[in-house]
Design a protein around this ligand. Sequence first.
Ligand SMILES: NC(=O)c1ccc[n+]([C@@H]2O[C@H](COP(=O)([O-])OP(=O)(O)OC[C@H]3O[C@@H](n4cnc5c(N)ncnc54)[C@H](O)[C@@H]3O)[C@@H](O)[C@H]2O)c1
Length: 355
Amino acid sequence: MGTTLSVGSTTNLPLTMDLGSSVIKIGVIGYGYWGPNIVRNFHGQGQSRVVSVCDQSPKSLQRVRQSYPDMHVTSDCNELLRSTDVDAIAVVTPVRTHYELAKAALENGKHVFVEKPFTSTSAQAEELIELAERKNLKIMVDHTFLFTGAVRKIRKLIDEDALGNLYYYDSTRVNLGLFQHDVNVIWDLAPHDLSIMDYLIAEKPQAVVATGERHLNGVADVAFITLYYPNNMIGHINVNWLSPVKVRTTLIGGEKKMLFWNDIEADEKIKVYDKGVQFSNGEAVYRQLVSYRTGDMWAPKVEQVEALKAEAAYFIECITQNKDPFNGGEAGLRIVRILEAADKSLSQKGRVIEL
Ligand SMILES: NC(=O)c1ccc[n+]([C@@H]2O[C@H](COP(=O)([O-])OP(=O)(O)OC[C@H]3O[C@@H](n4cnc5c(N)ncnc54)[C@H](O)[C@@H]3O)[C@@H](O)[C@H]2O)c1
């Protein structure tokens, strides 16, 4: 990783203002594509401030300086990790670095906000969970979609039993790029859908099948993942970096109602259809009658919130009120386990892998 991460002697950052003890001071590691969103949202909270940003790239640090002239920046993450001026570390670097950075942060007594997917292996995730528990520190995994108005609304509909027993969850998340170098398209894009499914569906998947192909840089860039749940519920995720158009749609079929979520839509992101199919016996018992129900469609109001803003506020709340986040290490681990199984299945052209 370039830098040797250390635990031990503590240092102070040259801060320009005294923030007082009630403000949670955040150090952010990684200011590439996603890092600026993390910095903006933690810096903009009433109860937290970003006190330092670390990135190995001088260009990234230059971008921080342009947006936040007074912010401390460094290319040595030990400065943040060992600083007494930092309460929590946000890890916004490529996946292969998450474990080492999060571990160093926990060992130095910092709470951790870590990007999805949590770690590269489930063994790493288990170790971090155990370390955080031992040190009484929080881990939150950035499963951003769980804080969107759309996912919150769908969860409410499911909790109210508006959809009835679920038949299937079918999602498409495709676009041209952004190609990642250290992970395949499943590890890059499917954590979004897997974390949403983990949050929405009470049952946990029992088996996974994944197929896909690599075309350009040696990792799968197109993939199809199927998840088998108890009671015939089935999940399917289509992820693709080689699509000419951006599509982010999800169909959820239920016994009572069916739902279509188009995340690209500005308004009416969610549409609930009173449609269904019923089989009943005719006069002669051997004749089955099929009836199709095509009732109303309605588009429930979806709250317009910046998901990351709500998530950042929740992280601070979990620290200050000593709450265990629902998107903590365990949730991150469940997703990593499915990703590992999907990789195993992918490498064997779609063998069924039990979870
Ligand atoms: N939650 C979301 O919706 C979402 C969206 C995009 C990316 N992400 C996640 O965010 C993470 C980063 O993705 P990205 O697209 O911003 O990547 P990126 O490559 O654009 O940026 C990563 C940055 O980290 C820096 N870096 C790498 N190793 C470092 C180290 N050891 N110390 C300091 N700096 C280091 C790099 O110089 C780079 O500037 C990934 O885990 C990705 O999955 C999440």
